[in-house]
Design a binder for this molecule. Structure first.
Ligand code: NAG
Ligand code: NAG
Ligand code: NAG
Ligand code: NAG
Ligand code: NAG
Length: 425
């Protein structure tokens, strides 16, 4: 949610003046375009924020945080003809304290709430769910276990945020990818019911099984089947009616393995990227160790390069989901720009959704005459921004969850052991 800061002013009178003058104030101040210098979000045009990423260590700049709404150009295509911005570990927020009260010592991947993410156009959410405290929690793990210091909060809280968004936005469709460690009988069913999400459920029976097109989004909206949920546990498709992700989606390798240029290998659980039995394509692009400074660089030109690479290696399909860490960070157009490119190709046959004409024939594009439109601002220097000093130990990322947390614990455990040995000696 936007937060108005009274910089250098206190008291009721300045507040009143600011409120009265605010329309004027905003239009006067919000002048900076993408790539231009800024010192706070309010300096930037709508849809941009003042990104803490610094190219070459110099000024902060206005960068994009919202993809264009593809429905504003082309309505009513099958669901698999659109691309959606997706956040990896949407729940693992920087600076968050565990709802148990413990300080969190697990990696974090995003920096604003799921509500804020949804309001910025994020439509795919990756959530890691565990049994914990007799409930289902959003958590990272050690040996498949959730602990106070890796537990973020009960899943129902975030699911209720999604419920409120779907309620308030009757034309929007949200997809949840669950990294599922829940073993409690019907644990997921109970938590989705408790959040009031059942009424939006898109049934497994309507998902195409053999590479066919999905229903039209207008049809999904009309039937109010606007929530897609995928689990990583195959048995839950039969037992709870929750779609097993890799029956419907091909997905490339997550973590460092997915960052290698000119390659787009599938993750182990997924069919090959060029398999046509699955109608949806998900592209991951984030490192093993999530960090905001790497996200600045990776969510910029390398993301668009990988988009093209993965397209070519996925039977010329553009990804329906583009998943990143710190989705707001970039040196310009960022992840929203990558989504706009995918949507342009998918929805109307243009290089960017910005070039699509509303309701026009596929392939009719309004490409701007000038080629210097800075869709993706170039950093002033070619070297990536220097990493800011980090207050926490570098942690593992986590679709990779298990393996990485292990690696991390192997580093920390000897230190802890040494500490306790010294303490008791
Ligand atoms: C980039 O370089 C140009 C001139 O080459 C300069 O005017 C601008 O302020 C620089 N921007 C940043 C963010 O350093
Ligand atoms: C974990 O948090 C719960 C509160 O949710 C608390 O009751 C429990 O004592 C905590 N456990 C440890 C080991 O701190
Ligand atoms: C992408 O992330 C990796 C891993 O954190 C990092 O080494 C690399 O510098 C990043 N790339 C850019 C262009 O910032
Ligand atoms: C993808 O394929 C097209 C057409 O063959 C080619 O022009 C382009 O260079 C390829 N892009 C990448 C990143 O492989
Ligand atoms: C496109 O078509 C839709 C539905 O027929 C209509 O509501 C909308 O106004 C049209 N947009 C334009 C720009 O013609």
């Amino acid at each position: 949610m936007a937060e108005m800061k009274l910089q250098g002013t206190t008291g009721a009178v300045p507040l009143l003046l600011l409120l009265v003058a605010s329309p004027l104030f905003i239009s006067a101040a919000a002048a900076a375009k993408m790539g231009e210098a800024c010192s706070a979000d309010k300096d930037c045009d709508a849809g941009l924020h003042c990104d803490p990423c610094v190219a070459g260590g110099s000024a902060r700049r206005c960068t994009r945080i919202k993809p264009s709404d593809p429905q504003s150009k082309v309505k009513g295509l099958p669901f698999n003809k659109y691309s959606w911005l997706t956040t990896h570990n949407s729940f693992a927020l920087r600076g968050q304290v565990s709802a148990t009260g413990a300080a969190i010592i697990a990696p974090t991947n995003q920096e604003d709430s799921v509500t804020a993410q949804l309001n910025n156009g994020v439509r795919g959410l990756m959530l890691d769910m565990y049994d914990f405290e007799g409930d289902v929690w959003l958590c990272h793990s050690f040996q498949g276990q959730c602990y106070n210091f890796t537990a973020f909060q009960p899943a129902v809280n975030v699911l209720k945020e999604i419920q409120a968004f779907l309620e308030a936005n009757p034309s929007e469709i949200v997809t949840i990818f669950i990294e599922d460690y829940v073993t409690a009988p019907r644990g997921l069913t109970k938590v989705f019911d408790a959040a009031g999400l059942r009424k939006y459920w898109f049934p497994v029976s309507r998902m195409p099984k053999n590479g066919g097109d999905w229903p039209l989004i207008t049809d999904m909206i009309g039937r109010n089947e606007r929530l897609l949920v995928f689990t990583s546990k195959s048995a839950k498709e039969d037992s709870e009616g929750i779609a097993y992700e890799w029956r419907y989606v091909v997905e490339n390798q997550y973590g460092d393995g997915g960052l290698k240029a000119d390659a787009c290998p599938n993750r182990a659980e997924s069919s090959a990227m060029n398999s046509l039995k699955e109608s949806l394509v998900l592209m991951n692009f984030f490192p093993d160790n999530p960090d905001p400074s790497s996200a600045c660089g990776n969510n910029s030109a390398p993301l668009v390069d990988m988009l093209n690479t993965c397209h070519n290696l996925s039977a010329n399909r553009w990804p329906n989901f583009i998943a990143v860490d710190y989705y707001k960070r970039s040196n310009g157009g960022g992840a929203p720009e990558a989504v706009d490119i995918a949507n342009g190709h998918l929805a109307c046959g243009c290089d960017n959704i910005a070039y699509c004409q509303a309701n026009a024939t596929f392939g009719t594009c309004d490409v701007p005459l000038q080629t210097d439109v800075p869709l993706q601002a170039k950093p002033n220097r070619t070297s990536p921004a220097p990493a800011p000093a980090s207050g926490r130990a570098a942690g593992p990322a986590s679709s990779a969850g298990e393996l990485l947390i292990w690696r991390w614990f192997y580093t920390v455990l000897p230190l802890l052991t040494a500490f306790f040995c010294l303490g008791s000696g």
